[in-house]
Design a protein around this ligand. Structure first.
Ligand code: ADP
Length: 830
């Protein structure tokens, strides 16, 4: 049995162009129809016209009927009663959650097995073309006339579209939720403060964290703004809010100070906008408040300004310091280019910073070897992160200098070298000083050595004269009756003593000279007096050696502005030297002549001579030409140094000449002379002093018994009345008892020294008229001043020369007498 359907094919004008006939074999279908009980016919014709898919199965699950929608749904038309398609004509089945189902586990099978109808179960059908359809399955059982279950009908409602819509809706809702959440998060996390106000009362519906930070943690949600932020109305901000709501206009406020707490001392600085929110009908339903709290930003700005100011100040400070220091300060970048140079360096280059900036040493004109040296050192600092130090000669504006420099790594935050800072110091002067110091140290060592040699020499020279003195004493003891021997011995002892005293005097002069304490007492002196004085001193030595002496002086009187004693010392030294350094029986001459304003005086001998290399050095302190032992003459090497100093102090000069060893020597002194002098008798001539010898009462005080006794003996011989004391206490007691006219007071005594004794004696009513003469080994200016301060009338240095003492005592006695006379006359007048 066939069914025929004819379709008409039309052209674009709607005219019939062909017919298509479709034949379908419905034999089986018809057989099944016949098989169905007649009572079901009406149902089948109903089912055929149903808009939904429906099919039936018998109790075994064999398909007994399906309508066209069912075939469309399945995408196939299975054979009826075919065991291959039991329970369902679908190609494949899946549960609603996507798991594959067998036909035996379909809802139809479940209903047939359970005898229960099943409604609205979801199942997914896969068609042969792999498309899937979701259906709701309603299974209804049907029964035969006896009421027995005869099969079941399943209605499948295609819900694919609905399902898609549902899923889309869910997806959209989820998306909506997600978007909402995101919005809320954005709202919450916004760096701006945000609040949504609803209605004319501005009820705060939502506010973000920033908003809470701004207004403080308060219970504001769901409450009108006026109620929860009562501080705002007074500041006029809510009027604007009302207006924004009423007019539906947005209002922006910027850089405004708002106090968010009544008691707040500092306002918050804010920018904000009132933005109207509209409902579906376009009417304003609320206000979005959003803005920024600028307080912290402002604080930061202020802090930044302060920090910038401070760093500016420091920069100026450092710049000033760096500009003012004489050292060169600079910074290299990693590319060896200067990124900083202080003023001293710019001055040295003779460039401005604009000219020097970013240049390398080579580009700045350093010599290639110099630039390369610094390049290597910069690389070394970068590689090792350690400083490099060096010295380099540098030819700059100030000539050739020596620079001491150090390159130091500047370490960045990442621990790597980011620049190289350097300082350079001009050490030319230091170097010179170091060299000077080294040479001075050498000189000092030499001087020290000389000093040691000198001390040894001094000991030797002081001991030498003691030998004849001791021998003389012994001779006098043995040959006490031989007057001629006594005389010879006495003269010899006196010579040796004078020599020793001269040595010591010279030593004291040297000490004065070294401390610049050598003072001259200049006056108008005659050259002849000077020479006479010098000859008096030198003659014994000259005569002792058997030399002949020739003195030639200018015929005219020559006057000098000089210290007679010191100038005489100069010539006596030169004459003594000639006597010493000339073999016995030699010739010595002293010749003086004047040319214009200059006096030239030479001392010439035919002695051992001076090697040329020593002609200058012999004028240095402690300098002696090394002589053979037999030529050693006894001296300390200070005589010529004194001569040189004294002549210089007289504005003159002195030099030595010699043709060499054994060729004799000439010492020449040049001095300015006084011109057009009115001839006057000099008062300085020590040989004119009147000496008086009057019997006097003298107390000799000395803790050295021998010195004390010998002095007492001498003075007794000279007819004086003498008492002695050996310490300070005894001295006062004896003085009180003896009431002397004169006291010779030793200064250095134990317990009570001479100064103190003098002071105490001067306090006594009988003590002020006594002539007290300090007698001491100390003869420096300070010592003399000290004895004068203690009340002494005079100061004599040991060993006291008796003639000198007598002269002094005569003077002092004379002075005392005239004072007493004046006193008496003054008293008589009153
Ligand atoms: P002193 O004579 O005590 O050694 P001086 O300072 O007077 O010290 O002399 C220094 C040195 O100069 C002497 O040691 C001697 O070597 C040398 N000298 C001085 N005068 C003469 C001279 N007339 N002839 C040769 N040498 C002399």
């Amino acid at each position: 049995m066939l069914t025929v359907s004819v379709d008409i094919v039309r052209d674009e004008n709607g005219n019939c162009t062909a017919t298509v006939s479709t034949f379908q074999n419905i034999t089986e279908h018809k057989n099944a129809e016949n098989f169905l009980p007649q009572s079901e016919n009406w149902f089948r014709s109903l089912a055929d016209h149903l808009p939904v898919a429906a099919y039936t199965c018998d109790n075994d699950g064999l398909l007994t009927y399906f309508n066209k929608p069912a075939a469309d749904l399945w995408g196939r038309s299975p054979a009826l009663q075919d065991p291959a398609d039991r329970f369902c004509g679908a190609y494949k089945l899946f549960s609603s959650d996507g798991f594959a189902m067998t036909h035996e586990s379909s809802w139809m099978a479940a209903a047939l097995r359970s005898g229960q109808q099943l409604n609205g179960h979801e199942v997914i059908i896969e068609r042969p073309d792999s498309s899937r359809i979701t259906v709701l399955c309603y299974v209804t059982l049907f029964y035969d006339q006896t009421g027995r279950q005869a099969g079941a009908m399943s209605v499948l409602i295609d819900i694919t579209v609905r399902k898609c819509l549902e899923e889309e809706t869910i997806r959209l809702l989820n998306h909506l939720d997600y978007e909402r959440e995101r919005l809320i998060e954005v709202f919450e996390r916004s760096p701006s403060f945000l609040a949504i106000l609803r209605g004319p009362q501005h009820v705060i519906e939502r506010a973000n964290t920033r908003y809470f930070q701004l207004v403080g943690r308060r219970d504001i949600i769901g409450k009108p703004i006026r109620q929860v932020l009562p501080e705002l109305p007074d500041q006029g901000y809510l009027d604007t809010l009302d207006e924004a709501y009423r007019l539906g206009k947005s209002f922006a406020v910027s850089n405004k100070e708002v106090f968010f707490h009544k008691e707040a001392t500092e306002p918050s600085l804010v920018d904000f906008i009132y933005e109207p929110l509209r409902g579906g009908d376009g009417n304003v339903v609320g206000i979005l408040v959003h803005g920024n709290d600028l307080t912290e930003q402002k604080r930061m700005q202020q802090r930044l300004i302060a920090v910038t100011d401070e760093s500016d100040r420091l920069r100026r400070l450092y710049e000033t310091i760096l500009s003012s220091i004489p050292d060169l300060v600079y910074v290299f970048g990693l590319d060896h280019r200067f990124t900083y140079a202080n003023q001293a360096l710019l001055d040295m280059w003779g460039l401005t910073w604009q000219e020097a900036k970013g240049k390398t040493c080579l580009e700045l004109g350093y010599e290639p070897w110099h630039a390369q040296k610094h390049d290597r050192e910069i690389e070394q600092v970068i590689a090792t992160k350690k400083s490099v130090r060096g010295e380099v000669p540098f030819l700059g504006k100030n000539g050739l200098r020596i620079d001491d420099y150090i390159f130091v790594p500047v370490i960045g935050a990442d621990g790597e070298v980011e620049a190289i800072a350097g300082t350079t110091r001009d050490i030319t002067d230091r170097k010179r000083m170091e060299q000077e110091l080294a040479s001075r140290a050498e000189d000092l060592t030499l001087a020290d050595q000389k000093k040691d040699e000198f001390i040894a020499l001094l000991a030797h020279e002081l001991r030498n004269p003691l030998v004849p003195v001791r021998n003389g004493l012994r001779i006098m003891e043995i040959a006490d009756s031989d007057a001629a021997t006594h005389q010879r011995v006495r003269e010899m002892m006196e010579r040796q003593l004078s020599h020793m005293v001269r040595l010591i005097d010279d030593l004291l002069d040297v000490s004065r000279m070294n401390r610049s304490k050598l003072h001259l007492q200049k006056s108008q002196v005659r050259l002849t007096d000077v020479i006479q004085s010098a000859l008096d001193t030198a003659r014994p030595v000259i005569e002792e050696a058997g030399h002949t002496l020739e003195v030639t002086l200018p015929s005219e009187p020559v006057y000098l502005d000089a210290d007679l004693t010191r100038l005489a010392q100069v010539f006596s030294n030169l004459l003594s030297n000639s006597a010493k350094y000339t073999r016995p029986g030699g010739c010595i001459s002293l010749t003086a002549n004047v040319v214009g304003e200059t006096l030239t005086a030479s001392v010439k001998d035919n002695g051992i001579g001076i090697p040329p290399e020593a002609l200058t050095s012999i004028f240095e302190m402690f300098s002696q030409v090394v002589h053979s032992p037999e030529q050693a003459t006894g001296g300390l090497g200070i005589g010529l140094a004194l001569v040189k100093t004294l002549i210089k102090m007289h504005d003159g000069e002195v030099w030595a000449e010699s043709e060499g060893p054994e060729q004799g020597a000439i010492f020449t002194v040049k001095l300015p002379r006084l011109m057009n002098v009115a001839v006057q008798e000099s008062n300085n001539n020590p040989y004119r002093v009147q000496q008086s010898r009057v019997k006097q009462r003298i107390l000799v005080v000395d803790d050295n018994h021998d010195a004390c006794e010998s002095m007492a003996m001498l003075l007794r011989i000279l007819d004086n009345e003498i008492r002695v004391a050996h310490d300070g206490i005894e001295a006062i007691a004896v003085a009180d008892d003896f009431r002397p006219e004169i006291i010779l007071m030793d200064v250095g005594m134990p317990f009570l020294n001479g100064y103190e004794v003098t002071r105490r004696i001067r306090e006594q009513p009988w003590g002020d008229k006594i002539i007290i003469v300090a007698v001491t080994g100390w003869g420096q200016e300070g010592d003399i001043a000290q004895s004068s301060a203690a009340g002494c009338n005079a100061h004599l240095v040991k060993p006291v020369n008796l003639q000198e003492l007598e002269k002094l005592l005569a003077e002092l006695t004379e002075k005392n007498k005239s004072l007493a006379k004046t006193d008496k006359q003054a008293k008589q007048k009153t």
